[in-house]
Design a protein around this ligand. Structure first.
Ligand code: ADP
Ligand code: MG
Length: 294
């Protein structure tokens, strides 16, 4: 009866081997030393709102820029994409994904697409390098005051900037504090900028033991690999960018309602309700179950 406790809280992914997997999960939950959380869509709701959107050149109108951005973002499943498309709609801009060619997604960085014959990059600081512009963006980032900031490039020319806000999930702080009271360390791993990561950490009253920002998907996985030397590690994430880290962790947990298909396939366990308070609950249940079994 004990092992059935785990699938009640979290659905074990592989149905055929669920009993075996539930045992493995139970074993790891008992020994868990550290839980790593992705930020966007995991700690935060992933429901962005555009708070600022500017064209940086006189030759390109705001509406043209919005049309390019919302059309290219229509091809992306990132939570930021929906916000930018909505923002376009507010300005009566209808996205035309059918006009976008050569779309590419760079997880942890941003996206690329050709529209009206123009090569457009949209994303964070790393996309600037990919666009062929090494220019320092510190001034622009500071203007945006700790929000998630996006940059738009036409070739290597910086043509636009925008910022978005997102809210923490309710119960995020409680989940982290509960894990702490169970003797488990917590760390936040994000592909977003330092300022945005620290804004979340402030809102959670410094709940995380450690915060690491501006990470590429492989860097998240490498950090998990290093952390595993200290004991079993769980990783919780929702995005395509989290897949390598979810696969590397002893227990990879993906968000069930809003998670990307890849994260759900890669995770060992799916958090059905998106409620991260279920994680300390699972640890507590595992401990209680173990006491009953032995
Ligand atoms: P997190 O690790 O917090 O979930 P991601 O790795 O998904 O964040 O994304 C990291 C950063 O990459 C985002 O903050 C954003 O700047 C950029 N990015 C990713 N996808 C897109 C997109 N479709 N449009 C614009 N920027 C993007
Ligand atoms: Mg995410």
């Amino acid at each position: 009866a004990g092992v059935a406790v785990v699938p009640v809280v979290l659905r074990v992914h592989n149905q055929t081997h669920w009993f075996y997997l539930a045992l493995v999960v139970l074993r790891f939950l008992l020994k868990l030393r550290l839980v790593a959380f992705d930020k966007t869509g995991t700690i935060t709701r992933g429901e962005f709102m555009v708070t600022d959107f500017q064209s940086l050149t006189d030759d390109i109108s705001l509406n043209t820029l919005l049309y390019w951005v919302s059309s290219i973002e229509s091809k992306s499943s990132h939570p930021m994409a929906a916000a930018l498309i909505d923002y376009g709609c507010l300005h009566a801009i209808e996205p035309k994904p059918e006009n976008v060619e050569d779309f590419q997604n760079f997880p942890g960085e941003g996206i690329f697409g050709k529209i009206d014959g123009k090569e457009i990059y949209i994303g964070n600081r790393r996309i600037a390098v990919r666009a062929g512009s090494g220019a320092a963006l510190t001034r622009e980032v500071n203007i945006m005051g700790g929000k998630t900031t996006g940059f738009i490039y036409f070739g290597s020319t910086h043509i636009g900037i925008f910022s978005l806000s997102d809210a923490c999930r309710s119960g995020a702080m409680e989940a982290i504090e509960e894990l702490k009271s169970l003797g488990i360390k917590t760390i936040m791993l994000t592909g977003d900028c330092h300022a945005a990561a620290m804004l979340v950490q402030d809102q959670l009253r410094d709940a995380f033991d450690e915060v690491r920002a501006e990470l590429l998907p492989v860097e998240k996985a490498r950090i998990i690999e290093d952390l595993k030397e200290r004991g079993p590690v769980a990783m919780i994430g929702d995005g395509i960018n989290d897949a390598p880290a979810l696969a590397t962790a002893d227990i990879g947990i993906s968000m069930g309602i809003s998670g990307s298909a890849l994260a759900m396939e890669t995770g060992h366990v799916i958090l059905m309700s998106n409620n991260i308070q279920k994680i300390p609950e699972a640890v507590r249940l595992a401990k209680r179950t173990h006491r009953k079994l032995v």
